[in-house]
Write a protein that binds this ligand. Structure first.
Ligand code: IMP
Ligand code: MG
Length: 181
């Protein structure tokens, strides 16, 4: 029987499961960096809690930067049109870059960002995503670090929203049809 939150939402991953997995991801990233510095680039807004926790599980010097994207209109994602609405603050040329995303879904956002960032010639570019929905992919793109791979479910919490709500839920929950609001 799945656990539920006090809002009656079904929990997919508890805060404890998230913390354990984020710690494992941080340890793996630390090993892969061999002591080199890192620029962590969070994709606003959903990746903010994940970046905050992941950064503290990585044992190298890391700086933060953030970008924000939007797709042209809801429900038109298959057009592939992604727009940058907040650019990087600092150059990434020659740096080890880790793009941090909450969820890799169709791949349109990360494919767009990867192409954009590669034009700036980073030393390395890796992608960490907390969740991956491989069955939804339109663009061919994989993350280097995946927290949890999930089927085609709509999730909320730990940064992820439904119409900007629920981002501050500490657990990752399922957005069920009987909870549209
Ligand atoms: P993509 O370009 O389709 O890969 O879009 C990824 C973005 O879509 C994520 O960063 C989320 O903002 C959003 N997204 C995709 N699936 C979900 C979900 O299940 N819950 C909340 N947001 C989602
Ligand atoms: Mg997002």
């Amino acid at each position: 029987m799945a656990s539920t939150t006090n809002q009656g939402l079904e929990v997919l991953y508890t805060r404890e499961q998230i913390a354990k997995r984020v710690a494992e991801m941080g340890a793996q990233i630390t090993r892969d960096l061999h002591g080199e510095n890192l620029v962590m680039i969070g994709v606003l807004k959903g990746a903010a809690p994940f970046l905050a926790d992941l950064s503290r599980a990585i044992e190298v010097d890391a700086t933060f930067d953030f970008v924000a994207t939007s797709s042209y209109g809801r429900g038109t994602r298959t057009s592939g049109a992604v727009k940058l609405i907040k650019d990087l603050d600092a150059p990434i040329e020659g740096k080890n870059v880790l793009v941090v995303e909450d969820i890799l879904d169709t791949g349109l956002t990360l494919a767009y960002l990867r192409k954009l960032f590669l034009q700036h010639h980073p030393k390395t570019l890796r992608i960490a995503t907390l969740l991956d929905k491989p069955s939804r992919r339109i663009e061919t793109i994989e993350a280097d670090y995946v927290g949890f791979s999930i089927p085609n479910l709509f999730v909320i919490g730990y940064g992820m929203d439904y119409a900007e709500r629920y981002r501050n839920l500490p657990d990752i929950c399922l957005m069920t049809p009987d909870h549209p609001e």
